[in-house]
Design a protein around this ligand. Structure first.
Ligand code: DAH
Length: 351
């Protein structure tokens, strides 16, 4: 072997070192690659020094040592680069959890105030043996008016500004149509409540919306009297507000009940003093009710001589406003969480 051949061999060893470095996937792999090279090919060329003429042994030894150093450096650099990467990776991993930071604020969904009250009333009435039923939002004249003892030319129709549809149907103005549907469907005795969305062609202000919720109640059985009605209504309000609520009962006219009442509760927004929500009266109409009119029973194919009953139309939207202190009805359909979330905090209502 002469010096040129030695240089060539050392270049090959360096190339091999470079290849091994690139292949190595960790510190251990780098270490064993380095050992393999120094104990194998590098040790072999070192032994071959003896075969050189004495005057060439010095330069040959220097060339081999230089290569040895370069390979050592190459692997040392690679190792420190890997270590560095490990540290950064480790930092990245731990950086995702910093126990000193306040927890991220997650927005929790919750029930709409109307839904929260609706569920509460449903729970109460279920416990009293009532079934919860629904009804169509698009109704016929028959169920919305006719069968409720409001014939075509009756002035009571004017009290409910109606969205008429081009096919002669309408958007139900109240949940009362569910009364007749329940009579037809179940027959007596009946205990049902029917919560649902209603529509009226209203000028919108703090207490009027064109879309709102009611909850209809109907109990029909033998010997049902006004005493039953009042007892149920008081129970309902006490349950919803968690305390006795000041109420007043006034005669009220609704063609489908006889006698009919307006049950008002003291306004909770202003504590009865008078505000925009209660139109400065201190009272809010919340529970119109009455004894089911014999004509309505007949429409529902129930014999009024055998059965009597009471009905009520709870203003669910209004009740939610009172319960959660929402002064403006427009908040409820607005989707504006600044108003709605306040109710959520007050009630702790979550899904
Ligand atoms: N449906 C009536 C309305 O929206 C409210 C009502 C009054 C319902 C008396 C009743 C009732 O069940 O007995 O104005």
């Amino acid at each position: 072997m002469d010096l040129n051949q030695l240089e060539e061999q050392l270049a090959r060893i360096k190339a091999e070192a470079e290849a091994l470095r690139q292949e190595a996937d960790g510190i251990d792999a780098l270490r064993s690659a380095e050992t393999r090279l120094t104990k194998g090919p590098l040790a072999d060329v070192l032994k071959s020094i003896k075969a050189f003429p004495p005057d060439q042994r010095g330069p040959a030894g220097q060339a081999i040592n230089k290569t040895k150093q370069e390979i050592k450096q190459l692997f040392a650099d690679a190792q420190s680069r890997l270590r560095q990467a490990d540290v950064v990776g480790e930092q990245k991993k731990t950086a995702t959890f910093d126990p000193t930071l306040p927890p991220p604020i997650t927005q929790r969904g919750s029930l709409h105030p109307v839904t929260a009250v609706q569920r509460e009333v449903e729970r109460l009435f279920r416990g009293l043996g009532f079934a919860v039923v629904g009804g169509p939002e698009m109704e016929t004249d028959f169920y919305n008016f006719e069968a409720l003892n409001i014939p075509e030319m009756h002035p009571a129709r004017d009290a409910q500004d109606t969205f008429w549809l081009t096919n002669g149907w309408l958007l139900r103005t109240h949940t009362s149509p569910c009364q007749v549907r329940a009579m037809e469907r179940f027959g007596p005795p009946i205990r049902v409540i029917a919560p649902g969305r209603c529509f009226r062609y209203e000028a919108i202000d703090a207490s009027h919306e064109n879309t709102f919720f009611q909850l209809e109640g109907l109990l029909i059985d033998k010997d049902i009297s006004i005493a039953h009605l009042i007892a149920f209504m008081k129970l309902l309000l006490r349950e919803v507000f968690g305390r006795d609520v000041k109420v007043r009962l006034r005669p009220g006219f609704f063609p489908f009940v006889e006698p009919g009442f307006e049950l008002d509760m003291s306004c909770m927004i202003c504590d009865g003093v008078g505000c925009a929500t209660c139109k400065k009266s201190g009272w809010v109409e919340i529970l119109p009710c009455g004894m089911v009119h014999p004509n309505v029973l007949r429409y529902g194919k129930i014999d009024p001589h055998e059965y009597t009953g009471f009905a009520f139309g709870l203003g669910l939207t209004r009740l939610a406003m009172m319960k959660y202190g929402i002064a403006d009805i427009r908040i409820l359909n607005s989707g504006d969480l600044r108003g709605l979330a306040k109710a959520d905090r007050l009630s702790g209502a979550t899904i």
